[in-house]
Design a binder for this molecule. Structure first.
Ligand code: CMC
Length: 437
């Protein structure tokens, strides 16, 4: 930890000094870990929006400039030049793989792609309309029963990471097949990571899936664009659960649950639902812009705004470009794309969105791209999870390796002060006395 200077803080009559820590990209933070002991108080930071909960060398995000780098590499360069498996390796190991390392990692992905046959029964127990994110979270927790030995102490974390990345892909495809009432399609050793997933999703005993290299390329890029994003809600959930020394599966499962929320990764599903609603409501875009601005209306423009980016999300910029490039290539004309483009144009000219620095985020265009691949709307957040998995694994590993303290935020208590106990037969009268019904 690099302490560059000290800040002086006066609390009531006491002055205390707080070390100022510096990161590698000129980010500064006040180390307040002794604030309670030395100054008698804690900080209050709703949603931890201004709190750095850890030191991390995985992802750097500059929200003002719209920069996102993984292990020092720009996300745009990675999406342009890499396969998803290479980027997964980068996240987990800290450097891009050599050809030999990539071969080994890919071999592990193949070797560990099947799930235990007994797990197949689990899928049948869910109602047909179950959300695949719920199934995914449960299945990942269940892996701990079938592969209990996995831990970061495994001398070969490569295998642990590859096993999880590979099996989660299989689980995702199986949950889709089960929801369709179709037999599952097993992974194949001769296919690349993305081609394998597409084949498991769309092939059937009666019809082979013709693997389109353009779709494979697009899927690779989409997964890379989701690979990590610093201490967001799901990564924090992973690290929080890991801080109690819970196992990898339990921690990742917590991340999946956090991601499911519509303010986080669930936004990609919500965007498509919103665009469909606008389409079916006479394409009345202005009405929905007005709703988003109306403080009395709960409606928000899904896929817009970001807790960190106060500029165009670089991932959204790539996705918008991918729509231009790949939809014509795949011969797809999606009416939702026109609505999304028009929605963006109107919002970015509106003072409400300009003054609040609300721009499209990663989820705004990804649903349209996944639709072009053939992914159904309720699987969109599962696709986000597939992409994010290497990031979660890296976050888990970093947290565990750094022997992080157990996450235990404080609170400012605002409940009742100490009061006398009331026996049950006197409570009604006491409430009436206080006018509480
Ligand atoms: N539509 C309309 N108004 C918005 C939106 C939106 N999408 N986002 C923020 N605002 C307004 C909000 O009402 C508030 O206005 P005011 O200052 O007048 O009260 C102001 O902008 C700041 O909002 P906030 O909720 O304090 O901002 P935040 O940084 O805490 O929230 C966010 C970030 C992503 C939760 C929020 O922008 C949002 O709800 N967006 C829609 C959901 C979404 O697209 N989520 C995906 C996020 S990116 C990928 C990911 O994390 O998985």
């Amino acid at each position: 930890m690099n302490v560059t200077s000290k800040a002086r803080l006066k609390i009531k009559n006491k002055t205390i000094e707080l070390p100022v820590v510096e990161g590698s990209e000129e980010q500064f933070g006040l180390d307040i870990s002794r604030l309670k002991a030395d100054g008698g108080c804690t900080t209050y930071d709703n949603g931890f929006a201004n709190t750095s909960s850890c030191m991390s060398s995985i992802t750097y995000v500059d929200g003002e400039k719209g920069i996102c780098r993984h292990r020092g590499y720009d996300i745009v360069d990675l999406a342009e030049n890499c396969m998803f498996v290479e980027v997964a390796y980068l996240l987990v190991h800290g450097q891009l793989p050599t050809a030999q390392e990539l071969n080994r990692f890919s071999r592990y992905l193949n070797q560990h792609s099947m799930i235990h046959e007994n797990m197949h029964h689990f899928f049948s127990g869910y109602p047909a309309d179950s959300h695949p994110m719920g199934i995914l979270a449960s299945m990942v927790t269940s892996l701990s029963s079938f592969y209990p030995l996995l831990s970061h102490k495994d001398p070969n974390f490569d295998i642990t990471a590859a096993r999880l990345i590979s099996k989660v892909r299989t689980i995702a495809a199986f949950s889709y097949k089960k929801s369709q009432g179709e037999p599952v399609v097993y992974p194949r050793h001769d296919l690349s990571y993305c081609a394998n997933f597409l084949n498991m999703m769309f092939s059937s005993p009666v019809a082979c899936y013709d693997i389109n290299p353009d779709i494979v390329t697009l899927l690779n890029k989409l997964l890379i664009l989701h690979v990590d994003h610093g201490q967001n809600c799901s990564a924090t959930a992973v690290r929080l659960v890991a801080s109690a020394r819970a196992n990898l599966y339990a921690s990742i499962s917590a991340g999946i649950c956090a991601l499911w929320g519509p303010l986080h990764g669930g936004a990609n599903q919500a965007v498509i639902e919103m665009l469909n609603k606008i389409k079916n409501d006479g394409r009345n875009i202005h009405k929905y812009i007005q709703k988003a601005k109306d403080k009395k209306d709960d409606f928000r423009l899904m896929g817009f705004g970001h807790a960190v980016y106060k500029n165009y999300d670089p991932r959204a910029r790539v996705c918008k470009r991918l729509c231009d490039e790949f939809l014509p290539k795949l011969g797809i004309v999606d009416p939702l794309l026109d609505i999304a483009l028009e929605l963006e144009r109107i919002a970015l000219e509106d003072e409400f969105f300009i003054s609040r620095k609300l721009y499209p985020n990663v989820d705004f265009y990804t649903g349209i791209l996944y639709r072009a691949i053939g992914i159904p709307t309720n699987m969109l957040t599962v696709m986000f999870a597939l992409g994010r998995l290497p990031g979660w694994i890296a976050q888990w590993n970093e947290g565990v390796e750094s022997s992080t303290k157990i996450y235990r935020p404080r609170q400012i208590y605002i409940g009742p002060k100490k009061r006398a106990f009331i026996p049950i037969d006197k409570r009604k009268k006491e409430r009436a006395h206080r006018n509480i019904h």
